[in-house]
Design a protein around this ligand. Structure first.
Ligand SMILES: Nc1nc(=O)c2c([nH]1)NC[C@@H]1CN(c3ccc(C(=O)N[C@@H](CCC(=O)O)C(=O)O)cc3)C=[N+]21
Length: 283
């Protein structure tokens, strides 16, 4: 069988080597990139992810802190913590792991993070800048997907990109990034009539809906590039994406696996944003 797998893990590791070098260089001028990740509560999946982020940033030579706050933390306590980090010159990136407990207003928390340290690219200032084409932090998952395609020499200009899902952190910015790179973009979502008739037109299909194996071969055009953002558990508790991988890989020209696809690219872009933030804030 042909190897049509887009190996996010391999690409991530290559980009990380480059980041590691740049961290070394920056350190020679006395600046160590610092990332602080805050997690509230003890959702096991979230803890795995944030531990991963901490490990990666340490491996690349950055300063890394993981703040584990109890489920009972109030909105005000969390905001105060963020303000403290906003004012800490050794911290260049702040990430508050989502989702937050229900008693905390996510939007309020995102607003509290200094846009200059918002390495997730979720603050409205960064979102607004991005939409009108000004320089800003880009949200890590769609950014990672763009970098992965770029690394593989895939040009999106003129391609029909169909994005399944319209969340603020993945789907919506994904479509806008594709648009900026001259793709023709269609969004498909929960209210779309006849989803498969539209996804079947995609040259590049990007799926971020959080439904295990939602996309089967009936949704995909022969030779399409399929990018799977999903992180689900299947009926056996095994990690799987939003795409039925074994079924779709036979007709796709390229496909990302889960795990080992988009996930490692997301973490890598977080590192890249933190490095860039350290460079900017130290000059
Ligand atoms: N403020 C905020 N920023 C985020 O970027 C953010 C967040 N909140 N909340 C949760 C989601 C999820 N997310 C993942 C990143 C990498 C992997 C990843 O590397 N996954 C590995 C597998 C990990 C495993 O084995 O469980 C892979 O796909 O190969 C997964 C999930 C970032 N998120």
């Amino acid at each position: 069988m042909v190897n049509n797998i887009l190996d996010g893990k391999k690409i991530a590791s290559s980009i990380q080597s480059d980041i590691e070098q740049q961290v070394k260089t920056l350190k020679q001028s006395g600046v160590v990139p610092g990332l602080t990740v805050i997690i509230v509560g003890d959702n096991p999946a979230s803890i795995t992810y944030v531990t991963n982020k901490k490990r990666t940033s340490e491996r690349l030579g950055m300063n890394s802190a993981l703040l584990e706050l109890p489920e009972s933390t109030t909105e005000l306590e969390l905001v105060n913590k963020i303000v403290e980090l906003n004012n800490d010159p050794t911290v260049h990136g702040i990430l508050v792991q989502l989702p937050l407990p229900r008693h905390i207003d996510e939007s309020k928390i995102i607003h509290a993070i200094s846009p200059e340290k918002d390495v997730d690219g979720f603050h409205p200032i960064n979102v607004g800048k991005f939409v009108i084409g000004e320089e800003s932090f880009l949200p890590c998952t769609p950014y990672g997907i763009m970098e992965m395609l770029h690394f593989e020499g895939i040009d999106v200009a003129g391609k029909h990109v169909v994005v399944v899902g319209r969340s603020n952190i993945v789907g919506k910015p994904m479509g806008l990034m594709m648009l900026k790179n001259n793709a023709t973009v269609t969004y498909v979502h929960s209210k779309t009539v006849d989803v498969s008739s539209i996804t079947k037109q995609a040259d590049i299909l990007i799926v971020a809906v959080g439904k295990a194996k939602f996309i089967t071969s009936e949704f995909v055009k022969d030779g399409a590039i399929v990018i799977d953002v999903g992180m689900n558990r299947d009926e056996n508790g095994k990690l799987c994406g939003d795409v039925d991988f074994e079924n779709v890989r036979n007709i796709a020209s390229f496909i990302t696996p889960v795990p080992g696809g988009v996930g490692p690219m997301t973490i890598t872009m977080l590192m890249k944003n933190t490095l860039e933030s350290a460079k900017k804030l130290s000059t």
